[in-house]
Design a protein around this ligand. Structure first.
Ligand code: PLP
Length: 362
């Protein structure tokens, strides 16, 4: 079976974990957590990093630090992983769904302003499947309307908008280090920011709201959202290979593109002129004139021992968030999109095997 994703782990990860275990630093205290936060910030060119137990709570922590709460609205793309909407709900706020851009699949900046109601307090652009959102336009809209921006960069480690790293634009950006991400800590996440005050707030909120100057004194209700030293031990070793992994992801995409570019009814993943796509998941659209539907193609893959994934359902179509409004671009992408295997250790012959199945329909 060729899986759609798997982590690339080696001796360095193992050595770091063994060191953490031998020294007994297996909870959230220990040198690897700070090292991981610093290394990740250095890669991104941001000032502060607050590592968390996963990417979902990173988003929640960011919203709490910004003071988002009941009666607030948060603008998000409808085509994203459920965690983006759930984090808004955890904060007591309401997600406001916006359609996707047909060319590059992230939130469509031209459609955002229609949803800037008096309740709207923030925008969460999601850099979907490794392609950055159009951050220039989004930051302008946010500035014009006094909205906070929290980038959901869970899927976009190393991705760039106009040669600047995704995750370095918003008030806060959140990453995930789940096992299928470009850099992993098993489960894990981080909030990054250039704002000293927000960083301090997130550190306090991450640790139950404890007053940094007074042990066991709590002025606010916080959370236990800490990353463990074991997670960070893996992460520190992974960050050594960050640029290499991004390079490999881009090479895998290039190989697939070459093999699939002339197949009728297949739309290749986007890379806008202003973007560096890191192709977290190499994804194509199966259009009407391909012959098979996306789901028929997925079944064919499965029978041949290859795992694929469908695109996310638009969140406004899911039971907890169901709305009557239609977002046609996201709905179409969701029906046509498929993620193909694209993990770092995927071999050339495997890429050819995966591509061959799409080509066989010609
Ligand atoms: C867009 C997006 N946001 C948030 C998350 C949540 O991250 P985690 O799985 O680490 O909680 C993910 C997921 O994996 C994601 O893809």
């Amino acid at each position: 079976m060729i899986p759609v994703a798997k982590p690339c782990l080696g001796k360095d990860e193992l050595d770091n974990v063994i060191e953490a275990v031998k020294r007994g630093w297996i909870s959230s205290k220990g040198k690897f957590v700070q090292e991981f936060e610093k290394d990740f910030c250095d890669h991104l060119g941001v000032k502060h990093g607050v590592a968390t137990s996963n990417g979902t709570v990173a988003l929640h922590l960011a919203l709490e630090a910004l003071g988002i709460g009941p009666r607030d609205g948060v603008i998000i793309p409808t085509l994203t992983f459920i965690a983006t909407a759930n984090a808004v709900t955890y904060a007591g706020a309401k997600p406001i769904f916006v359609d996707s851009h047909p060319n590059y699949w992230c939130i469509d900046p031209e459609k955002i302003e229609k949803y800037v109601t008096p309740e709207a307090k923030a925008i969460i652009p999601v850099h979907l499947y490794g392609h950055p959102s159009e951050m220039g336009k989004i930051m302008n809209i946010a500035k014009r309307h006094g909205l906070f921006v929290v980038e959901d960069a869970a899927e976009a480690h190393g991705s760039e908008y106009q040669k600047k790293k995704a995750g370095s634009f918003g008030d806060i950006a959140c990453f995930s280090f789940f096992g299928n991400k470009i850099v992993t800590t098993g489960e894990g996440g981080i909030c990054v920011t250039n704002n000293d005050e927000l960083a301090q707030k997130m550190r306090i909120l991450r640790d139950h709201g404890e007053d940094p100057n007074r042990k066991y004194w709590y002025n606010i209700v916080g959370f236990n959202y800490r990353m463990t030293n074991l997670q960070a031990a893996i992460g520190v070793a992974q960050l050594e290979k960050f640029d290499e992994f991004v390079g490999i992801k881009r090479r895998i995409a290039k190989s697939y593109n070459k093999l699939l570019e002339d197949v009728k009814g297949i739309s290749l993943p986007p890379e806008e002129s202003w973007a560096k796509n890191v192709y977290w998941m190499y994804s194509v659209l199966i259009e009407d004139d391909y012959g098979l539907t996306r789901d028929e193609l997925m079944k064919k893959y499965w029978e041949k021992g290859i795992e694929t994934r469908p695109f996310f359902y638009p969140i406004h179509t899911l039971p907890p968030y169901k709305s009557r409004e239609s977002h046609p671009v996201a709905e179409k992408l969701s029906k046509e999109g498929i993620n193909l295997p694209s993990f770092v250790e995927l071999r050339k012959e495997e890429i050819e095997r995966v591509a061959e199945i799409i080509r066989q329909n010609e």
